[in-house]
Write a protein that binds this ligand. Structure first.
Ligand SMILES: [Zn+2]
Length: 128
């Protein structure tokens, strides 16, 4: 525990990320944590992003083939993912589900707090 106090004293305090407890919850398997982490940083390897540094022959969404695969498309206008988001909203007993990533992020953080994921993260963090 002394090393934790020393670390806290010497480290540079970064901005607190509200979504971090959700992403690093022990209830989420590591592979999904990593994907979620990329998503919250808006760094998902969508075809539009990959196309910026290497030539992608087809940048269309592999789910619907109607639009370019972007984060905004996946979280806001893809018919396939909208159906999945709708099912998720119903399972979470939400009346409606936002169709923009920034709003989805806010809802996820609120829901995680309701489900006690904040607590899970705090306990896990203290054990380190
Ligand atoms: Zn699509």
């Amino acid at each position: 525990m002394i090393s934790k106090k020393i670390w806290e004293a010497i480290r540079e305090k970064a901005q607190t990320l509200e979504w971090a407890p959700l992403v690093w919850s022990t209830r989420i398997i590591p592979r999904h944590q990593f994907i979620l982490w990329l998503t919250f940083w808006e760094r998902l390897r969508t075809r539009d992003r990959i196309n910026k540094y290497m030539n992608v022959l087809n940048t269309s969404c592999p789910l619907c083939n109607e639009n370019e695969e972007t984060m905004n498309h996946l979280f806001g206008s893809c018919n396939i993912t909208l159906e999945l988001w709708d099912r998720l909203a119903k399972s979470l007993k939400l009346l409606n589900f936002p169709n923009e990533w920034s709003e989805i992020k806010e809802v996820a953080v609120l829901k995680a707090k309701e489900l006690g994921l904040q607590q899970t993260f705090s306990n896990a963090d203290l054990e380190k």
